[in-house]
Ligand binder design. Structure first.
Ligand code: BG6
Length: 490
């Protein structure tokens, strides 16, 4: 990372401190920021959770998890000892507010420093924890609260959570995380669109034929399978990550990077998304669930087998055709898809431009392919622009698509920081631009609820797909009907 400007001294309380998110993502991210000198003075990381644990026992868990989750060579004894000094542990049950006295005493006398509560727990606890902070007098003028996604499981539950938390914290103190907004390439999308004049005139109907967004995972659901079975891919991934990507691709240029400028533009896109309801779900949505298969040569069981319930109708894959009802994107479909146990971990945004209006290379006319801009989110983050070129040599024109290919890692030659490193620093600095505002979350849920209701009314089944493939055949058909194909599968 280019700059490691230290952040003001803080107390960061992580509720759900023993959980998977804290162990796998938050603490490794904080460790990196500490090693790069961004955490200053005696800033503290105060883990809180239901269980009774001594500080030493907690530190042993953190150390083991850092060793397991950091890349080779990143764990370093001296750095760990310094980081461990910052870490404390207190027992705090979300609902037993009068039993938070140890936590309250640890924070007494530190009212002047930046105080952040990070809720890395189930969303059903958000209201109770926010209330616990308020009734225990732990909310001060500078306090911020961070909510992990998902904020609720539908519009009604999101509204209730936002109301509960909103009674304790002002909206500008609430940071709703969507970690995709912390990914370097996602931010690079802003740089690509708004720090270059090249693309803007072409970034619209007339020049763009359609947009594809793929977020494919090779992994399955892992230890979260029971939770996931109640949620499915639409709510787990589309409501947040994919819709945020759609917003960043489709939004109008904001007037600044100021937090409300960007969020106002994203909101306009969410409002312009055509609802997919009723019968439209049949032609515009595909649901899939993985059957047994093989990924990278290793066999993997079916979702239903992993779950131990052959009757589950939860989707582990979803593909949608979206329409954005505004001038810029009229009649330019956005195809989005995401799924577990797909061919490989592969996420990208493809902006497909129109064919040339008239080919002057008649005998090669089928070779002239439309330009494509591919923004690769993972792996190998980068941007690739496909243009047609003439193959060298005499004897007529042989045309071939070639790539102007920018790999960020090769170009900048640095370790790519995890999204959480960036987002935690933004919270500590008090910059909410990369976080979701209440209206964004609620509007996204209303749109998702329409699809869920449509699925129920239409009795839309999940199509089976072989683990290790690119999803069910319905997903290819979704584009095939429009004379198109998914780029990544080619
Ligand atoms: C999370 C989802 O928000 O994002 C997970 O709940 C998913 O199901 C994960 O695996 C994907 O994140 P990334 O950064 O690995 O693409």
């Amino acid at each position: 990372m280019a700059n490691f400007v230290p952040v003001e001294c803080f107390d960061l309380i992580i509720f759900g401190g023993t959980g998977d998110l804290a162990m796998r993502k938050l603490l490794p991210a904080l460790y990196h920021r500490d090693r790069d000198g961004q955490l200053t003075g005696d800033s503290r990381i105060i883990a809180a959770s239901r269980g009774a644990l001594t500080r030493d026992a907690y530190l042993a868990e953190v150390e083991a998890s850092l060793r397991a989750n950091l890349r080779e060579g990143e764990f370093e004894a001296k750095g760990w000892r310094a980081f461990a000094e910052r870490i404390h542990y207190f027992q705090a049950d979300a609902f037993a507010h009068d039993a938070w006295s140890d936590l309250v005493s640890a924070l007494a006398g530190f009212e002047d420093r930046v105080r952040i509560a990070y809720l890395a727990t189930a969303p059903s606890l958000y209201g109770a924890i926010a209330t616990g902070l308020r009734v225990n007098g732990l909310v001060n003028a500078g306090s911020r609260i961070v909510l992990e996604k998902p904020v609720g499981h539908d519009y009604a539950s999101a509204l209730a959570i936002n109301d509960d938390v909103g009674r304790c914290f002002a909206e500008d103190r609430i940071y709703r995380i969507d970690h995709y907004l912390g990914k370097e390439t996602v931010q690079n999308l802003l740089a690509l669109r708004f720090a270059n004049s090249l693309f803007e005139p072409l970034w619209r109907r007339g020049a763009v034929d359609h947009v594809q967004i793929t977020v494919a995972e090779a992994l399955g659901v892992g230890g979260r399978i029971e939770f996931y079975d109640k949620i499915g891919a639409l709510r787990d991934m589309v409501q947040n990550h994919l819709l945020q990507l759609v917003c960043l691709v489709a939004m109008e240029p904001p007037s600044s990077l100021g937090h409300d400028s960007v969020r106002d533009e994203k909101m306009k896109v969410l409002r312009a998304l055509r609802m997919i309801e009723g019968e439209a779900v049949r032609s515009r949505t595909v649901r899939g669930q993985y059957a047994a298969g093989a990924i990278n040569g290793a066999t993997v069981p079916a979702y239903a087998e992993e779950l131990g319930n052959a009757g589950s109708t939860t989707e582990t894959f979803v593909a949608l055709k979206l329409e954005i009802d505004n001038w810029r994107w009229s009649n330019v479909p956005f195809y989005v898809r995401t799924g577990k146990r797909l061919h490989s971990k592969h996420s990208e945004i493809v902006v497909q431009f129109h064919e040339v209006p008239h080919s002057i290379f008649p005998e090669q006319k089928y070779n002239v392919q439309p330009n494509q801009l591919v923004i690769r989110l993972q792996p190998d983050e980068g941007v690739e622009l496909t243009v047609m070129a003439k193959e060298p040599g005499p004897g007529g024109f042989e045309l071939r698509p070639v790539s102007l290919n920018l790999s960020f890692e090769e170009t900048f030659g640095i370790r790519y920081p995890d999204a959480y490193e960036r987002l935690l620093i933004e919270v500590l600095r008090g910059n909410p631009a990369l976080f979701m505002r209440r209206d964004e979350v609620e509007t996204a849920w209303q749109w998702i609820d329409g699809i869920v209701a449509g699925w129920q009314e239409a009795g839309q089944k999940v199509e089976s797909y072989v683990a290790g493939s690119w999803g069910p055949s319905g997903s290819s058909l979704l584009l095939d009907r429009d004379g198109r194909a998914w780029q990544a599968d080619a």
